[in-house]
Design a protein around this ligand. Structure first.
Ligand SMILES: [Zn+2]
Length: 219
């Protein structure tokens, strides 16, 4: 939560939390987010909660998973590189020993859905439209910024950092992707660069493989 992977001229960096596991024998990189029920507004039923929880755990993770892979290189290994699919997983706090990252608050829709700090504010209509809103808001829990203009803005950029120290600046407004256009589930590679940054730092550290020469790249 001390990293920022994306900067936007429209909004300040925010702190985020998620859990990363890189399983070489299992050939999977897993990004896990753990939710816990927070404030449930009057009128929200158990059926509403179940629908939101099921959509987050199934639909959202399916949309986000298996679009891109993590290429890991290490000149001291044989073979010197391995490419592993990136998967996303959402759990509830009673399903894991990983501490929860976000409170899931629910109101009856229509209401404003957003991620404010570690509060994920959803409404009962967020499962409409193939759960587009849930898929989009999940992107914010991973640190991503909107790629559309706010209010009367007429200029702006979003800059994505990469593990190799370079950046990719995107001129706003964009369209035709998950963070820009309602109902569009297109997943851009840049939306997953944050994984290469943290994967590289993890594998280079004592908590991972402790190898300074490792590089990670989303491909
Ligand atoms: Zn948004």
């Amino acid at each position: 939560m001390d990293s920022d992977y994306v900067t936007s001229t429209q909004i300040s960096p925010v702190r985020i939390k998620w859990h990363l596991k890189i399983d070489f024998p299992g050939n999977t990189v897993t990004v896990t987010t753990v939710f816990k029920w927070g404030t449930i507004a009057r009128g929200v039923t158990e059926a509403h909660k179940t629908a939101i929880k099921d959509a987050l755990k199934n639909r959202v993770t399916a949309v986000w998973s298996n679009n891109y892979s993590l290429k890991v290189t290490d000149a001291t290994c044989n073979p010197t590189e391995k490419t592993i699919p990136i998967r996303f997983r959402i759990l509830w706090d009673d399903e894991t020993t990983i501490g929860h990252h976000y409170n899931a608050n629910v109101k009856v829709g229509p209401a404003t859905s957003d991620i404010t700090g570690f509060e994920a504010n959803f409404d009962t209509l967020d499962t409409d439209n193939n759960s587009y809103t849930l898929c989009h808001e999940y992107g914010h829990t991973l640190g991503l910024h909107d790629e559309y203009f706010y209010g009367s803005n007429t200029s702006g950029t979003v800059t994505y950092k990469r593990a190799n120290g370079t950046t990719e600046a995107i001129t706003l407004p964009q369209s035709g992707n998950m963070m820009a256009t309602s109902g569009d589930f297109t997943m851009k590679k840049r939306f997953q660069y944050f994984v290469e940054i943290e994967a590289q730092e993890l594998l280079r550290s004592a908590a991972g493989l402790g190898k300074a020469g490792i590089t990670c790249e989303v491909v």
